[in-house]
Ligand binder design. Structure first.
Ligand SMILES: Nc1ncnc2c1ncn2[C@@H]1O[C@H](COP(=O)(O)OP(=O)(O)OP(=O)(O)O)[C@@H](O)[C@H]1O
Length: 579
């Protein structure tokens, strides 16, 4: 409970910039409840004071008053909704930004452990729920509660017995609506989840359409889709059953209550203890309250769930490391590009210890090929240099400084990492290249593209650097993607270039060309290249062979080739151009 209050307080604190909007919105909603609650009283006056007594002017006066109150009601409804929704949307905008920034700040390990679908759901579904809570639910809650209070007040002044009937009806209807909400909500949750499953099966099969067609597995994929689609259908039918049963029961109760009122009210009128206007007012109250009572049932159950959504978002925000570098972080002026692993241990979140006391020193300007069997820890080395992961023990140093002590902005300029499968964003080529340096001039971008030998291709496109790539845009080949990623890295003029399997997706001809071009690109830089293709050794001054997280061979390529170890064995299988 204290926890919920804490979450609620924190959620409401997001409203502070629009506090006045929110409070004004709530006051207007209260006024709206009041105007709605007073209409039956005006109807009563029109009937008892005008229609029944034949006083035409009185009847007209009240009719006009009802009209005026109706207009006011509309104005309150519009402005109250506008103010509250605006404040809520603004609060959720900030909450969404905070969560998004936090996600960006998280370390790699967080993404290893968390499903991306879950994170997307936090940013979309959870924030959607909170918006609904802060705008719609809060508004309906305040409106309904106050309307019921106003109605009961006026009813009690007219007739206590009939007010008792109304009170019991309200209690029963709220209970029924709460039960209905409780029963139908888990199914709606399942429907939402299942809709996501159906969407992800469709997205997966659209994204993987080439593989599906190549393997001729359309039928199998259709069966999977059919199964998920059927599940969605059954859930919807289940929800409809509950809605048909519980969703309509409150209307029956209201009907019974109104007929009871009509019966006892009619008798009271005949006995002279109730007027026609009063009975009409009672019945109008019952009708006015029907929907607010329903909203109340849903709101009561929704508070906890909305707070749970908020707490999930807060968890993402709070678990992110702070955006700031440690106070003793340094800038490296004129980096030389020396890399050192000193007694490095690394265990992934899965519990697998990949490196156990690794020692390695790479001289400034050295070109090193790291090779070895799959899973031997080659890529892990690169990720440690780029500080995507931090060692559990030991140190990774650049120019003798622990990478954890180098300012992040500085590290990103010194070290450029080109992943195995570079991600190309669905934006223009210019934006893709300038991703890490959005303010780069066109000259800088072109220079990087020329060095990466992708400029001529880009220039040949009708829209040149403004060509949009990816969905609905130009599709790039594997080699072109690699070169865009290289240009992206080179734009930062890094001293250290880390290439993770740069030729793995390339055909022999493209591979040969890239290797030739890389020779120039790597000049003056320290380069660490991970590859199982030994052709890459042509670029290297030094080859390191890894096995089970250990360095098993280390030396000049020609020396290792003669040594008779793992490297020469690998060479024996495929030669220098082998794989
Ligand atoms: N993010 C991660 N989370 C958990 N385990 C990981 C992660 N990355 C790698 N591993 C594990 O660590 C081991 C070494 O992986 P790494 O990617 O460094 O090997 P590699 O030599 O580069 O392999 P390959 O040549 O196939 O790319 C593997 O067993 C892998 O399953």
């Amino acid at each position: 409970m204290a926890d919920s209050m804490g979450q609620l307080k924190r959620l409401l604190s997001y409203l502070r910039e629009h506090k006045l909007h929110f409070i004004a919105g709530l006051i207007i909603v209260l006024l709206m409840s009041y105007t709605n609650g007073v209409i039956p009283v005006l109807i009563r006056e029109a009937i008892d004071g005008g229609i029944v007594t034949g006083k035409y002017r009185v009847a007209v006066r009240y009719a006009l008053l009802v009209l005026l109150v109706g207009i006011l009601n509309g104005a309150f409804s519009f402005s109250g909704r506008y103010l509250l929704v605006k404040a809520a949307q603004h609060a959720v905008y900030h909450l969404r930004m905070d969560a998004f920034r936090a996600i960006q700040r998280h370390r790699m390990e967080f993404f290893d452990k968390t499903y991306s679908g879950q994170l997307i759901s936090r940013i979309t579904n959870d924030t959607e729920r909170i918006t609904r809570f802060l705008s719609f639910r809060v508004r309906m809650f305040v409106y309904s509660v106050f309307l019921i209070i106003v109605s009961l007040y006026y009813m009690a002044r007219m007739n206590v017995a009939l007010t008792g009937v109304a009170l019991v009806t309200i209690a029963v209807v709220v209970a029924l609506n709460t039960t209905y909400a409780r029963k139908v909500r888990p199914i709606y949750d399942k429907i939402r989840h299942q809709t996501g499953v159906v969407a992800s099966v469709s997205t997966g099969s659209i994204a993987g359409v080439k593989t599906i067609k190549a393997l001729s597995v359309e039928e199998h994929i259709q069966e999977k889709f059919e199964k998920e689609n059927e599940e969605l259908y059954s859930l919807n039918v289940e929800a409809t059953k509950i809605t048909a049963l519980y969703g309509n029961a409150p209307f029956l109760v209201m009907g019974i209550a109104m007929s009871a009122m009509l019966y006892y009210g009619g008798r009271a009128i005949m006995a002279g203890t109730l007027t026609v206007g009063e009975l009409t007012a009672f019945l109008t109250y019952m009708l006015t309250m029907t929907w607010p009572l329903r909203a109340l049932g849903f709101t009561i159950g929704d508070i906890q769930r909305s707070l749970a959504a908020a707490s999930r978002l807060f968890e993402v925000i709070d678990s992110a490391p702070p955006d700031v570098d440690p106070p003793d972080a340094v800038e490296l002026e004129n980096p030389r590009g020396e890399i050192e692993f000193y007694n490095v241990y690394l265990t992934y979140h899965t519990g697998q210890t990949v490196l156990k006391g690794l020692n390695l020193k790479i001289r400034p300007g050295e070109k090193v090929l790291i090779t070895g069997p799959p899973g031997s820890g080659k890529s892990t080395l690169l990720k440690l240099i780029a500080r995507f992961y931090e060692p559990d023990k030991g140190q990774v140093l650049i120019d003798g400084v622990d990478v954890r002590k180098i300012k992040t902005s500085c590290l990103r300029k010194i070290v450029a990492y080109v992943p195995q499968e570079p991600f190309i964003f669905n934006r223009s080529l210019r934006e893709n290249i300038a991703l890490a340096k959005p303010d780069a001039s066109m000259e800088e971008i072109e220079r990087a593209a020329k060095i990466a030998k992708i400029h001529d291709f880009i220039a040949s496109l009708p829209e040149g650097y403004d060509t949009v790539v990816g969905e609905k845009g130009v599709t790039l080949s594997g080699g072109q993607r690699q070169r865009i990623a290289l240009a992206r890295a080179l734009l930062l003029e890094p001293k250290i270039l880390l290439l993770d399997d740069p030729v793995s997706n390339l055909d022999a001809e493209t591979e040969k060309r890239l290797i030739e071009d890389l020779r120039g690109i790597l000049e003056g830089k320290t380069a660490v290249i991970v590859s199982q293709r030994l052709s890459m050794a042509k670029l290297a001054d030094r080859v390191i062979v890894m096995k089970d997280g250990q360095i098993v061979e280390d030396g000049k390529p020609e020396e290792l080739a003669k040594k008779g170890g793992l490297f020469s064995e690998m060479l024996g299988r495929g030669g220098w151009n082998g794989e």
